[in-house]
Design a binder for this molecule. Structure first.
Ligand SMILES: [Fe+2]
Ligand SMILES: [Fe+2]
Length: 280
């Protein structure tokens, strides 16, 4: 797809229908969840994904305080995007409950409360920094978003392939359709913003090279990120997926030729021994 303005990208996004409609969710064969085995080692991964989805709301609010949040098209996108990610978290939580892993009624509150103070301090610092840099930081925000969406989608595909649970597969296919729309939005706006000027390209690449980490790291405990990555990507061949569906697409963005950061970080993390994790 060839977009010329952020408005074109937003118009395209608004033409995309939701996959996780109320009907889709009601029609999920929830009563069949327990009929299929679910390996315990995936529980912390599902909880991690649920929490990452839930915290996008926090990220959304932070972004609204920056010049990026003042772009009317990005703002409009983020309103719906935030709602969609919250749904993803809720559906994953319901799946866990149906599988026999009960969660507290106020789990969403708990997730937000448990965000480390260090993250909040860093987020505050970054918000201040982006205010100083202004509009030219939008390219960085959008590139970050694109990478996170592509990486999250790949994580879901890996989980689907490994867990082989038919109901989970059905749910994740629904989520994945929305993630691919998100990735397309971010990638398209990132491209337009990066094309604008050299400073935006240099800044975006510098920030990604220096600070990129798997989605959720920073706001959630690092051991949880490491666990999820090692479960999902330790298998031989998994890194080829990272290379093909994330790294090579990032390399196509203006100013990102030859970047290997994402594959490097994930392969290093996946190579580490799986840390011991509580499963419930
Ligand atoms: Fe999501
Ligand atoms: Fe997403």
């Amino acid at each position: 797809m060839n977009f010329e303005t952020n408005k074109d990208v937003l118009d395209w996004y608004e033409r995309q229908e939701r996959s996780l409609t109320d009907e889709f969710i009601a029609d999920i064969p929830w009563h069949e969840v327990k009929d299929h085995p679910l390996d315990k080692r995936f529980i912390p991964v599902l909880l991690y994904m649920r929490d990452v989805e839930t915290l996008t709301d926090m990220y959304h609010r932070e972004l609204l305080r920056t010049p990026t949040g003042r772009d009317p098209h990005i703002r409009k996108f983020m309103e719906r995007w935030g709602v969609e990610e919250i749904t993803h978290g809720e559906v994953l939580n319901r799946f866990l409950n149906e599988a026999g892993y009960e969660t507290d009624a106020d789990w969403q509150e708990q997730v937000r409360r448990d965000v480390s103070p260090k993250y909040n301090a860093t987020a505050y610092g970054l918000t201040m920094l982006t205010k100083l840099i202004g509009k030219k930081f939008t390219a960085t925000h959008m590139t970050f978003g694109a990478i996170h969406e592509m990486e999250a989608a790949l994580g879901y595909r890996r989980l689907m392939a490994l867990a082989k649970h038919p109901v989970l597969t059905h749910i994740l296919n629904g989520i994945l359709r929305e993630e691919s729309v998100h990735a397309q939005f971010y990638r398209s706006v990132a491209r337009l913003e990066l094309e604008r000027n050299e400073f935006s390209r240099k800044m975006a690449r510098w920030v990604i090279e220096k600070f990129w980490a798997p989605v959720g790291q920073g706001s959630l405990a690092k051991s949880r990120t490491e666990y999820a990555i090692s479960v999902l990507f330790a298998e031989e061949g998994a890194l080829a997926g990272v290379e093909k569906t994330v790294t090579q697409r990032v390399q196509q963005l203006p100013g990102f030729q030859g970047i290997t950061k994402i594959t490097d970080v994930i392969s290093e993390m996946a190579g580490q021994p799986t840390p011991a994790m509580e499963t419930a």
